[in-house]
Each structure stands twice: as C-alpha cells, then as structure tokens.
Design a protein around this ligand. Sequence first.
Ligand code: NA7
Length: 547
Amino acid sequence: MSEVMEREASAGTHSGKFDAIVVGGGLGGLYALHRLRRLGLKAKAFEAGSGVGGTWFWNRYPGARCDVESLEYSYAFDNDLQQEWHWPERYGNQSEILQYINHVADRFDLRKDVQLNTRVTAADFDRGRNIWTVKTDKGDVVTAPFCIMATGNLSTPRVPDFKGIERFKGKWYHTGLWPHEGVDFTGLRVGAIGTGSSGVQMIPIVARQAKHLHVFQRTANFSLPARNGPMDLEIEARHKAEYTDRRAAAYDTPFGIAGFPPPTKSALDATPEEREAQYEAKWAEGGSISFLYSYTDILVNKASNDTASEFVRNKIRGIVKDPVTAELLAPKDHPIGTKRLCLDTNYYETYNRDNVTLVNARATPIEEITENGLRTADGTEYEFDAIVFATGFDAMTGALKEIDIRVGNGPALAEKWEGGPTTYLGLMVAGFPNMFTITGPGSPSVKTQMIVAIEQHMDWIADCLGTMRQRGMARIEPTPDAERDWVQHVNDVADSTLYPLANSWYVGANIPGKPRVFMPYVGGFAGYKKKCDAVAANGYEGFSMSK
Ligand code: NA7
C-alpha cells in the first residue's frame, strides 16, 4: 500500500519527504514543530482548522475559558515569551488564549510548516523501509520516518444522534464547533443540552441574552466558583520573577502546577468545624486544584470525599432559591473531583432567573428533536429557536481512531483499540513503530496542566529521536510486555482512587458502546515524569530499537 501511495505522491503536487509529520496544529503540534526544528529535523504539520490553535480554535462558545490560571497555562520553553506576554485576567478566555497561540506561531516562525484546512485521513508504516506514508483529505501524500500525533484529547465533538435533528427548523450549535462570527441569542427561546464544563461556562451567558433558556441536565456536575477577575499586577510581577523556579517545581507536583502547598492530613482527622473553615477558605479563593488539595485523601477515600461533596451540595442549596431545582443541581451520583470539576462564574445563581428552567433529562430523557424544538420521554414538547449541544467529545481516543493508521497488513489502530486504548507511557503503541502520541491515553494528559504535559512529552520524544540518531537507530516501538504492564499499572492506579466510581468521559462513559477503560494516568505528573526519565536513562527500557 505504501508504494502505491508513494507513486501517488510523486505524481501529485502535494508530496514531500520529511523527517517527521506532525498531525495537529494546536498547542501540542506547534511545540512539536518547534522542538523538532531545534533538532535540525524537517517537519510538517497538518491541521484541520483554518487556523492554528486546536481546542482553542474550535471551542468559541460564549464563556469558553481555561480552568487553569493563565500564568500557569502557557508554554515554559522560552523565558522571554513568558516574561513578555501579559494575560489580562486570572483565567484566560478562549480569544486571549487563541491570540497567545497565534503569537507563538508567529514569534517562532512556525506557520510556514503548518498546512491548514487539511485533515489527515490515513497513515501507513512500511516496516521494510521504516517510513510512514501519510495521506490527507486534500490529496497530500507525504512520507517521513516518524509521525507525531498531536491530535488533542478533546477534539472530536459529539452531537448525539438524536432522532429528528435534521427536521429542526431553528439553528443548532455544538460548543466545540462554534461559528466564528459568534451567535446572538437575544430574544430567542433556547434549549441547552449538557451540563459539563462547556455547559456550565456557557449557560450563565446565554441566559442573560435569551428570552427563555431551558437547560436539559442528565447528570448534575460539581462546580466551584472560578473567582475570575482582572490580573493582579503584583501577583503577575511576583510570578514572573519566580517563573523559572515555578516551572521547575511544577514538574514535582501531581497536577503539573506549582504554588499549592500539598495537604498534610486526612479530612477525617479534622474536626467538622475545621473542615468547614478549610472548605470555606478554598471556596472563597476559587479554583479546583486548591479545593481538592484541602486534604490528602479527597480523591482516594470516600468518607473524606463525602465531607467535601456535601460542603459543595450545601453551597448549591444556599445559592439556588427553588429547593427542587437546588436538589436537582446537587450532584449525588459521583464523588466530587471524579468527573472533571467545573469552574464557573454565576452558574448556580443563573437558576434563580425567571427566564431559566432546569429540566431533569435523567427522569425524562430527550426522545427526539422536532421541527420546532424537542420532545422528552414524558411527551412534553418544548419550542426553541435555537438548540445548543454542550454534549462533549469522543475524548482521548476519538481523533486518533478516525485516522486509518496501519502498519502494512496489520490491524488498524482503531481495531487494536476496540477493547480500549493500550499504550506504553501514553507515548507509543506496541505494533505501531515510530509513531508517538502527545498526551496520549495512559499519560497524565487531561489530569494535569496540559501544556506542561505537552512539553514534557515532546521533550522526551525529541531526546529519544536525538539518541536514536546518535546510535544510528531507525526504528523504535514498545514491546508488547511493556505495554501490557503499563496498561495494567494505569488501571491499578485508577482503581486505588475514587475516579472509577464516576461515569465520566475519563472512562468513555459518554460514548455509547465505548469500552469502559480508565484512559488518563492518575498516578500524578511527578511520578509519571520520573518514570519516563528513568525509562530513557535505562536505555529506553521497554522499547525495542533497531537499525
Ligand atoms: P462533557 O463534560 O462530556 O459534558 C457533556 C454533557 O452533555 C454532560 O452533561 C452529559 O451528560 C450531557 N449529555 C450528553 N449526551 C446527552 C443526552 N443525550 N441527553 C442529555 N445530556 C447529554 O463535555 P464538555 O464539553 O462540557 O467538557 C469537556 C471537557 O472540556 C471538560 O471536562 C474540560 O476538560 C474541557 P452525562 O454527564 O453524560 O449524563
């Protein structure tokens, strides 16, 4: 197959031989290009969007904002960049982050190696020649010994295939595919489906515009106040003075973020009064890591977690005036922090508005979309001018499985992963040589500050490629044993926590038929990085390299 593809390449205009192909032009793909260039390699990236930015290019829904503070959520690889960039607010919003990414693309002259509006459709590895042949939907056929998948963790939006959606006469939107020109909901009857992070951020803003907003909630999520606001210039100056040390310290933390003193005791060793004061202080401070860091065992001990969960439920009961709505909004089916803990601005307060109604989509599921709105299982008809799906993503594996990735006549990656993703360190897949995944399943990825995770992965990959070059090696792949042991370890670690108690996208629970496998590594970023470094120091233990 590769030879045919290569013949096509030489016949067409969109061909080329590179040292590495990068799939994706988001934060991961751009850093990959930069890092490969520093190794002296010729790389090319393909990006489906009409601009760089990945997640931050697509997710333009009202209120889209990072839940990691802006001084942390940025690249660390260049000190001048982090010193010179000014973030206007405590948490970056979508347009500020996209502006930053575009600045980085220009500043490091990365754009010339990114081909936009191009989706990679297939990648095929020829073991005889150690060459990947990569095809795109624009007819490109390019080759390179290495392929770097920077395809993102939340990049395949999921619009549930509701019956009747094609009949709807109004407009519908998905938060992850938001129109660039924005949407004005003023005076409209709007239905919002989904109350994950995207819904929680968007709902308060749409509520202020809409004539009436119905929110369809299937599962209540915990959300904490973000306490966003203008950047405190003193904090910024202090942070910048300590940037280098803080970035280094972040590597020694579980979430890849420094500055939060680690907790020292169990929630159960504190008196009820102490706990209340502690949670109250964290609630006032804003932010999710700080809150989960109240005690050592919130994510591992159900009784400890109950104290934190109940504190937040009581906050919801205190904010939301209608007791029935408050009880519906108070999550009871999962421990706090085991699904993505949302950060919001006035989310619960929004339900005190006269023009907002919460619908229990668990008790009365959405049955079908109709011409004029939707109908729930109890036969109630809702009329809408617009419907917003905040229904999430085929997380962590969706984008990779959409590409036909094969090694000769072997099974496609999607077939290998039918029972759930398997990787070694979330970096490589056994049987798929010379293909690296940036923040792949089995790595800390979404459980950390993503940019730290991206830089750590790409730095490791660059060192690996440098070592291979030095040793005259042409091929690397994990051994099946190393992959099996790592997958087991990822699952053992998850099973020692409360995470598996939640039906979250971490286990693929939001995609019907997706195997229930815990995908991110929750053993903490610090331990994970040490493991990756030790693997490299021990001669790339668990990988086989060949000439
Ligand atoms: P999420 O967190 O996956 O949330 C999707 C929401 O959509 C969630 O509340 C789902 O309920 C809901 N959903 C999905 N299908 C339906 C149907 N059929 N009916 C009703 N409700 C439905 O995605 P987000 O975009 O909010 O956030 C993704 C990540 O982006 C986030 O965690 C941050 O890391 C950034 P469910 O919980 O499945 O019952």
